[in-house]
Design a protein. Structure first.
Length: 345
């Protein structure tokens, strides 16, 4: 568990992010995919139901103060739902609640979905997630890529475990350090409204419930099977990746091997966690078509199988976490990076 990782640098590639090109190629062959670019009308009701379930559960737990009981329920139940709400917030950041015509309605709905988490998250996530899609892997612009500091400090199996435990803190602070932005009025609204909600919960149900809200969110975002999506989405975890991306066969601006389009940056997960994670596992599909709602993402690879069937993919979140911890080839450096160009600044 103490062995050091063998990687000493990121996987630098010299093409633009592949998803815009893939989108053009797929739509040229399968224009019917455009019909999937609509909102899921049931989505907002599902989110409201999850928020209601959390509030009711906090009421039922108001007299529970035993730490181990709160830990167990938080890890297995409330934390899982809060993580689902975080992934719902991801969907809302793409205007999937009310559509692109109603941006403010989406923002306020995101703030409501934020309530059970215990801390303001939605608005700042939306700001930085836009950069993640636009500048995928670009040095200093993609806030999702682990920093050089993280890669150097968390370089053994033991420290990788610590990195997973601290993931909620690291994930939240990294964008503020790597690419700080001036808070917007909606950021302030998110903070104020969340503090008001927390105050109401604290005064009516007890401040230990407010701590429990934050703690259960932390548990499910840290060393938890559901948090494996942070690793599965963009970490290089397959042995044949380097060989594929170093053969320098490039067509239409993206890597090709034996006529198959490769995606060095992104990987999908096809497993049962998608059922409660708003299909976040269909991540190649999502980056190819961010305007398609989570519910319909499986249809993308069904319509255009030749663009997805040849790609590496995950089937087990538990295996992903174990592999990340014990495999010396995998660590914070196991990410694709692109040099910052003048036209991206």
């Amino acid at each position: 568990m103490g062995g050091r990782i063998s990687r000493t640098d990121y996987e630098w590639v010299y093409t633009d992010e592949p998803h815009a090109t893939r989108r053009q190629l797929i739509l040229a062959k399968y224009p019917q995919i455009k019909q999937l670019m609509r909102i899921d009308t049931n989505f907002k009701w599902t989110v409201l139901a999850l928020v209601a379930i959390q509030i009711v559960s906090y009421y039922l737990l108001r007299n529970t103060t035993t730490l181990w009981q709160l830990f167990l329920v938080g890890y297995c139940f409330n934390g899982v739902i809060n993580h689902s709400l975080i992934l719902a917030i991801h969907e809302i950041s793409h205007n999937q609640a009310f559509g692109n015509r109603y941006p403010m309605a989406n923002k306020w709905f995101g703030i409501v979905a934020n309530f059970p988490l215990g801390f303001p998250y939605f608005v700042s996530f939306k700001h930085y997630h836009t950069n993640h899609h636009q500048y995928l892997g670009v040095d200093k612009l993609d806030p999702d890529t682990p920093s050089e500091f993280e890669a150097r400090i968390f370089s053994t199996s033991a420290t990788k475990v610590l990195w997973l435990i601290l993931q909620p803190l690291i994930y939240g602070l990294r964008p503020l350090i790597v690419n700080p932005k001036v808070p917007s009025p909606m950021d302030i609204c998110n903070i104020v409204v969340q503090l008001v909600f927390d105050s109401i919960i604290g005064q009516t149900l007890g401040w230990h419930i407010v701590a429990y809200m934050v703690g259960s969110t932390w548990l499910a975002m840290g060393l938890h099977p559901m948090s494996a999506h942070f690793l599965s989405e963009h970490f290089i975890m397959f042995d044949d990746n380097n060989k594929k991306f170093s053969d320098n066969t490039i067509e239409n601006g993206i890597y090709v091997n034996n006529g198959r389009f490769l995606v060095p940056d992104t990987c999908s997960y096809y497993g049962y966690w998608n059922a409660i994670a708003f299909n976040i596992g269909y991540h190649v599909e999502h980056h190819d078509f961010p305007s398609i709602p989570a519910k319909l993402l499986p249809k993308v690879s069904q319509i255009a199988p030749e663009f997805y069937d040849s790609l590496n993919h995950h089937t087990s979140y538990s295996k992903i976490i174990w592999q990340f911890i014990v495999d010396p080839k995998i660590g914070p450096y196991a990410r694709v990076k692109r040099a910052l160009r003048d036209n991206t600044s």
